[in-house]
Ligand binder design. Sequence first.
Ligand SMILES: [Zn+2]
Length: 53
Amino acid sequence: MICARCDRPLGPDDDFDKESVDGATGPGITIYRHRLPCRPAVPRQTAPVPLQR
Ligand SMILES: [Zn+2]
């Protein structure tokens, strides 16, 4: 199980919420999220490209 918000693995000991999402064209999926607020996964940023002057 992976937290849909922060993309981190959820273990049996973690406190998480389960949410069913209906699929538009098929069976829905179940997503899991930490019950405690977790930080959303952010795209890994490389070093910012300096603007050319
Ligand atoms: Zn999370």
